[in-house]
Design a protein around this ligand. Sequence first.
Ligand SMILES: [Zn+2]
Length: 199
Amino acid sequence: MAYPRVLSDLIHDLKQIPGVGDRSAERYAFSLLEMKTEIVEDLVEKLSDCRNNLHPCEVCGHITDKDICDICSDSSRNQNIICVLEDYRSVIAFEKAGNYNGVYHVLNGLISPIDDINPEDINLSSLIKRVEELEKPELIIALKSTIEGQTTTLYIQKIFENKKVTLSRLSYGISMGTEIDYLDEITLDRALNDRKKIE
Ligand SMILES: [Zn+2]
């Protein structure tokens, strides 16, 4: 092997990052080796800070380093409109699009019986509790249009039917299975504005 063992271990670990293959892992490892010691130490510290301090918000499930995230604690946002998303990446995509003034609820997964992921395995019970406490809640379900996304949407629809909740779902003329966080800001914005009411 051309590398010292510690270096080949580092390359091996870098390849665990999705999308990083042999060549990129090698390039990252070499770049890291050539950086100043204090920059690398700072990077290691930040990485460890993120790992140790980020956790789901007690209210919405979005990642935060506080008990309650900045979005939930922002009194200028409309707490009666809740956009239901699969993961924190989707929240970040919506926030980047920048025109949504409601709050979110992050499920941290989708119902998938085939993978043995059931309703109780995702962040749903806190959504039910949250909605019950609101006077005129509106739920915007913004899950991807895969089987899992549709199953979860239907399940949520069933929970809230015949309750005082306005339900709508994101409309987007995009291909099946597109991840919300891959949508560009304009498409996401349009999908939000054209949301379809679920009767
Ligand atoms: Zn929150």
